[in-house]
Every structure is written in C-alpha cells, then in structure tokens.
Design a protein around this ligand. Structure first.
Ligand code: SF4
Length: 197
C-alpha cells in the first residue's frame, strides 16, 4: 500500500510566537491550502504552493532538528488527511501541536495540544476539543459573535484574544474586551515584533 502523503508548503525550525506556548522552540509543518480565504490571512503564500511529502521524507527532514515538538499548521491542515499525519508524527515520537480554524471536525486523539482559531465558520465539536480558542480581533470583529466562544471556556479550554496584525487599535480593543472578560488572555504575535521567522 502506498504511504499517505500531504501537500506541504514548508517545514522550518523556529519559535512559537503566539498564545500559550509563546517562546517555545518547535518545528513547524505548514500544510498547503485553505478554503476559508480570510482577508487578513498572513499565510496566503501557502494556499497554492506545496510539494507532496510522505512519511519517509517528513521524518528525514524532522531528524535534522534537535526538537521533539512539531506544530502542524497551514493553510488549514484539516483540509488534508491530518489524522494520518498525526499518526506518523506520533510513531516518530513527537509531541504534536495543531493550529486549526476548526472548520472540519477531525480526530485529534493523537494531538497533545489543540489550538482552534475560529474564522467564518467553526465546528462546535472542534471547539469542545480545543485546549485554546484563539480569536483574532480586528475592527470588523462581531463582538456579539465573539462572546459565544466564552461558553466553551472550562478547566481545559482557555480563550485568547489576538489583535489582528498587532495593530495598536486592535490591541486597544482586545485590552477593553479582556477587562470586561478577565478569564480570557492576550496573545500578541511576538514573532513579528521580534522579527523571528
Ligand atoms: S483560516 Fe487561517 S489560513 Fe485559512 S485563510 Fe483564514 S487566516 Fe488564512
């Protein structure tokens, strides 16, 4: 049987710049493609461009780095066979973090940390599986809609508000919202401020 493969845009070793694990070294596996087409997307370069990677090629690349944490991101990873990717990574002994928009209800039983960042639509099942719900907040954000996510907060799931593009007006809005809902947390895109890839 042929190995499963995934259309991969890039694999690189860097520092997590957002949310709960900000500052953590990790290998990023960026899968190509996303059908959501958000206007503020900062990874549009990953929509079309990618090569097919199977488990053998992936493991050979990952072995180059002295790090056992992989962040699977995109694009939108769940638009491909993400569970097969999680199985391959787990077989190779990696701790797996997933960054997803949560639009596709996906088996994440092998994933150690799930970050759902809801966009135009999101699966309620994926919100229930999230360790973190990271909401990008900009001037166009529907604030009533945003508050619906607060219902998913519990002992496992933390809400983060992330100012769109680190713009000051969006940071100010996030601070206002956080003061109204202090159980949530602020997530800045540290890697952009520090000029880290
Ligand atoms: S869901 Fe994420 S990757 Fe997809 S278009 Fe929106 S911001 Fe970009």
């Amino acid at each position: 049987m042929p190995q499963p493969s995934w259309k991969v845009n890039e694999v690189f070793y860097s520092i997590q710049g957002e949310g709960k694990h900000t500052g953590m070294p990790a290998v990023f596996v960026r899968l190509a493609g996303c059908s959501m087409n958000c206007p503020f997307c900062d990874t549009k370069y990953a929509f079309q461009t990618g090569e097919e990677w199977d488990e053998t090629r992936l493991n050979a690349e990952l072995k180059k780095y002295p790090c056992k944490t992989v962040i699977v991101t995109g694009g939108e990873p769940t638009e491909q066979d993400a569970p097969a990717l999680f199985a391959a990574l787990k077989n190779a002994g990696y701790t797996i973090h997933l960054e997803t928009n949560g639009s596709v209800d996906t088996d994440v039983s092998l994933v150690d940390f799930v970050c759902v960042s809801p966009k135009k639509y999101v699966s309620a099942e994926m919100l229930k599986k999230a360790d973190v719900i990271k909401i990008v907040v900009g001037q166009d954000t529907d604030l009533a809609d945003l508050k619906k996510y607060y219902a998913y907060e519990n002992a496992k799931t933390q809400i983060y508000l992330q100012p769109e593009s680190n713009k000051q007006e969006n940071i100010d809005l996030c601070v206002k919202l956080l003061k109204e809902h202090p159980a949530a947390r602020l997530s800045l895109q540290m890697h952009k401020m520090a000029n880290i890839r």
